[in-house]
Ligand binder design. Structure first.
Ligand code: F6P
Length: 376
């Protein structure tokens, strides 16, 4: 392929994730080396883009980052159309378009999850050439097999469940391990299966305390006086699940700015009531089973540290494929992972679509087949 002389920008946005640096490096080395492009990095996601805080990316600053966790560029969770500036939400799309112009960019590459896909879509609609690379430990981006960050988080959460087994066993306790994922249960299901959790609770499957207590009791009847439960951050009992679904429906049917505002406030209230549900569940299970119950919140440990080999590989593959697609002039896309390969997917198919665990998914069937309780 001939050298293209294009100048591309890159930023990382949303929650950080192991493998981001591998993807920056994959993109950068392919862009600078194979395709003869120039690369400029923007600091702290969309905020640094709006503020034109940039850094010229050279072979020097792309070197030695493959194995480093987090993102060398920094990140933020800002939205392009309502970024808070001086305490007020502002539409920064025109300012971002200016940054694009000032830096003489041919394309902007945005590494991030679902929120970043929406930001990318908004910039594409405003006429900017953008490419999105799917990152998140939640693996909930639509139309891609995987997202970088997931495999590392899966290892971390699995090891935590392994370790919780011996202490739960020694104390004859129920231990609940809360795993990240508000709307999608991929990480909890994957780690629960890999770590042999006795019960797995997902946002996709509402639970009842009775069902969980029955599973624990059945284990006791067989002489096993402990249980380890993998609970997704966003798992909920049947009542809370119905409340959340009703609030979601209200949000998506709201058709005026006022109704949208009210629906959002209602949703925030519902989610607030639901916060700390894992601690509540532990208390309820202690009362229902008579076994001492404890909670371990895995939290940000799941996102930190060195990426595993799988995430380094995925980040490198997707990053270098992005450089090739940009050299070809393909914009307005996400670079998806498809088996061993990658594929461009139109941003409009990705933005606003979440990949949750389908109820007939083989991982769920496998969980049921090995006797794991799913709380339903
Ligand atoms: O989106 C990835 C994720 O790690 C979720 O699993 C988690 O709920 C969320 O980010 C936490 O976000 P924050 O970094 O804003 O606290």
């Amino acid at each position: 392929m001939s050298k293209s002389n294009k100048r591309i920008g890159v930023l990382t946005a949303g929650g950080d994730s192991p493998g981001l640096n591998a993807a920056i490096r994959g993109l950068g080395k392919a862009a600078l080396g194979r395709h003869g492009m120039e690369l400029v990095g923007f600091r702290d996601g969309v905020r640094g883009l709006a503020e034109n805080r940039s850094i010229e990316m050279t072979p020097g600053n792309l070197s030695g980052i493959l194995t480093i966790g987090g993102t060398i560029l920094g990140t933020s969770r800002d939205k392009v159309h309502k970024m808070v500036v001086d305490g007020e939400p502002q539409d920064m799309i025109p300012t971002i378009a200016e940054t694009f112009e000032k830096n003489k960019l041919d394309c902007l590459v945005m590494l991030g999850g679902g929120g970043t896909a929406k930001n990318a879509m908004r910039l594409a609609k405003a006429g900017l050439n953008v490419v999105h690379l799917p990152k998140t430990i939640d693996k909930d981006v639509a139309h891609t097999d995987n997202t970088f960050g997931f495999s590392t988080a899966l290892e971390i959460a699995t090891e935590a469940i392994d370790r919780l087994h011996s202490t739960a066993h020694s104390h004859h306790r129920v231990i609940l391990a809360e795993i990240m994922g508000h709307k999608a249960g991929w990480l909890t299901l994957g780690a629960g299966l890999s770590g042999g959790a006795d019960i797995i609770l997902l946002p996709e499957i509402p639970y009842t305390v009775d069902s969980i207590a029955e599973t624990i009791q059945a284990r006791r009847d067989r002489g096993t006086n402990f249980s380890v439960i993998a609970v997704a951050e966003g798992a909920s009992d049947v009542l809370a699940h119905a409340d959340i679904a009703a609030a979601e429906a209200l949000k998506s049917s709201a058709d005026t700015p006022e109704a949208k505002q009210a629906a959002k406030a209602h949703m925030a209230n519902v989610r607030d009531t639901h916060r700390e549900h894992t601690f509540r569940l532990a208390r309820e299970l202690e009362a229902a089973t008579g076994l001492e119950s404890r909670v371990t919140i895995l939290g940000y440990v799941q996102r930190g540290g060195t990426p595993c080999a799988e995430d380094r590989l995925l980040g490198t593959r997707i990053g270098s494929a992005a450089a090739e697609l940009i050299a070809d002039g393909q914009y307005g896309i996400m670079v998806a992972s498809r088996g061993e390969d990658t594929a461009p997917v139109p941003l409009e198919d990705v933005a606003g679509n979440l990949s949750t665990v389908p109820l007939d998914h083989s991982w769920l069937q496998a969980a049921r087949d090995v006797g794991t309780g799913l709380g339903d």
